[in-house]
Design a protein. Structure first.
Length: 390
């Protein structure tokens, strides 16, 4: 595989229409000797990889492939190159990387076996595709529509529009989030960001269901973001979110949740608890305990902040934030999933030692499968991991 002329590719991408990006990537890949290229994006439920349509004529139109049990899915979950050799050519699958998030897979073929340096060039094609999609997605709905394998409710559409990347990572820290049911989520939301030597995380659960809940959580999360970007401390932000919700919706609507700041140098987590289930501390492959913080009233009820709790983490520790839909969900017989099953799912996922995003996906799949793929309430999890950076 020949080297990628990044400058020429970027120039080509800057001149094409947003929905012509797949064709531009294919033409760039062809210059390196790659052919039969397809871009797959993970659907919102992260269960299928869906091909992005482009303007090239196809003899065989690619179909969606499952994340579990396919070479494409192996590349997506493992965030690594996967190869096979059908019909004498080498078929290559590499993750599509958008910043720190893996959003899909680039699959293509090349003649003959891999040689030295080829692996890196293949991975660079995946990164190039991710960068191009990030930019193009600001000007077209193509990539969002591809990820919708079925109709999405208006509340869910609002919530997904609010979300940050599901994966955020920087030296010393990673944060991964999942929302279910992906196509009908209403009142749950989260945010995470890395700002200098601080990682910021918030999880929120608005009362009720449907459009009213999504509007409530939308205002709460945007108020939080406003204060975070203004550099406000947690205590001030807690009060501001409470004030804005109260003034807008009155005292009969509220949002529970937690907001946290992690010092990436010291590993010290500061956090507030607005009437929300306590997060879990994971060390190694075990859930050690629930982190304690005296609860303040949920946002919107006019309460005072009771406590900003602090917890000292060790390198490799994770903190798992979640909403009550995680453990309150029931199967068809009415049996509750419960905290014991949730803790067991976390520990089993941790023991497999995959990338953190894969661990989270595995844990949440247990929740969804227990309820027969039909969640009756939103279930949201954020998995924050701290590693002492060099």
């Amino acid at each position: 595989m020949d080297p990628i002329d990044v400058g020429s590719v970027l120039h080509s991408l800057s001149r094409c229409a947003p929905d012509d990006v797949p064709d531009a990537i294919a033409r760039a890949a062809a210059l390196t000797g790659a052919f039969d290229l397809t871009i797959y994006l993970a659907d919102f439920a992260q269960s299928m990889l869906v091909p992005v349509p482009d303007i090239r004529p196809h003899v065989d139109v690619p179909v969606a492939v499952p994340v579990d049990g396919s070479p494409e899915g192996e590349a997506y979950l493992g965030r690594r190159m996967v190869t096979s050799s059908p019909d004498g050519a080498t078929r290559i699958c590499v993750p599509v990387i958008e910043g720190s998030e893996c959003t899909g897979v680039l699959a293509f073929s090349q003649t003959g076996p891999l040689v030295d340096g080829t692996s890196r060039r293949c991975e660079e094609l995946g990164m190039l595709a991710g960068a191009a999609i990030v930019v193009a997605a600001r000007s077209t709905d193509l990539f969002n529509v591809v990820r919708r394998r079925k109709a999405m409710s208006l509340p869910a559409s609002i919530q997904w529009g609010l979300l940050p990347p599901l994966q955020v990572a920087a030296p010393g820290v990673s944060s991964n989030g999942v929302l279910e049911p992906a196509y009908d989520v209403g009142g749950d939301c989260f945010d995470h960001a890395v700002n200098g030597q601080t990682a910021d995380v918030v999880i929120m659960d608005a009362m009720g269901h449907g459009l009213g809940s999504s509007m409530l959580s939308s205002l709460a999360i945007e108020t939080y973001r406003h204060d975070r970007r203004e550099g406000q401390p947690l205590a001030v932000t807690y009060g501001h979110v409470d004030e804005v919700l109260g003034e807008t919706f009155g005292d009969d609507r509220f949002v529970t949740g937690q907001m946290a700041k992690l010092d990436l140098q010291a590993g010290r987590l500061a956090w507030t608890n607005a009437g929300h289930p306590l997060p879990l501390l994971v060390r190694g492959e075990r859930v050690l305990a629930q982190l304690e913080c005296r609860p303040s009233l949920p946002w919107g009820l006019g309460g005072e902040l009771v406590e900003v709790a602090e917890s000292a983490l060790r390198p490799g520790d994770s903190v798992v934030f979640y909403t009550d839909g995680v453990f309150e969900g029931r199967d068809s017989s009415g049996t509750e999933f419960g905290m014991d099953r949730f803790i067991d799912a976390i520990e089993r996922a941790s023991s497999e030692r995959p990338p953190a995003g894969v661990s989270l996906r595995s844990a949440v799949r247990h929740i969804v499968e227990f309820q027969g793929e039909a969640l009756r309430d939103d279930a949201t999890v954020v998995w924050l991991t701290w590693e002492l950076s060099a």
